[in-house]
Write a protein that binds this ligand. Structure first.
Ligand SMILES: Nc1ncnc2c1ncn2[C@@H]1O[C@H](COP(=O)(O)OP(=O)(O)OP(=O)(O)O)[C@@H](O)[C@H]1O
Ligand SMILES: [Mg+2]
Length: 152
């Protein structure tokens, strides 16, 4: 009998990966999907251009959405229909107070989604203590490489 992978089977807390180019970034995202159960939240942190949205594209693509996944910086959130349910992509960069997100019914949206990926969501970490956090960083001198660390 095969057992479903847990996230720790794929990526343990503290583990570091180096990803060469957007395709590897997307592939990593896609690989994580089976380990994220319905209603799951995944936090992505890291500086501008670190690859958070690129990784999200891999996750949402692997759920079966075959259009482009673009930054919701101005819309705050994008919802993508997938065969296994809605995928939510939140970018809280411009949110000053998490209360703004809760006023948008974020809690219910998350609960009813197949997966919610949240960029710049530090203000929500305490409210979603079971949600993994991945940090992405540029690597000095290597323009196409990103270092990914599972923080939680
Ligand atoms: N290994 C890599 N992983 C991810 N992106 C990469 C990589 N190498 C190059 N890139 C490029 O870096 C950019 C990453 O942009 P992306 O929008 O994914 O970042 P972000 O972390 O979401 O930024 P923001 O905080 O502005 O939303 C893209 O232009 C992508 O093509
Ligand atoms: Mg982004």
């Amino acid at each position: 009998m095969t057992r479903a992978h847990t996230l720790a089977d794929l990526l343990q807390v503290g583990e570091v990966r180096h990803l060469q180019g957007p395709d590897e970034q997307r592939a990593l995202g896609a690989a994580l999907v089976p380990a994220l159960s319905p209603g799951a939240v995944l936090f992505l942190e890291g500086e501008l251009g670190a690859g958070k949205t690129t990784l999200t594209g891999g996750l949402i693509g692997a759920l079966g959405f075959d259009g482009p996944v673009t930054s919701p910086t101005y819309a705050l959130m994008h919802a993508y229909p997938t065969p296994s349910g809605r995928a939510l992509h939140v970018d809280a960069y411009r949110v000053r107070d998490v209360q703004e997100l809760y006023e948008m019914d974020l809690e219910d949206l998350i609960a009813d989604s197949r997966l919610s990926v949240i960029e710049w969501g530090e203000g929500l970490y305490a409210d979603y203590p079971d949600a993994p956090i991945l940090r992405l960083e540029h690597v000095e001198g290597l323009g196409e490489v990103r270092r990914l660390t599972r923080m939680r």
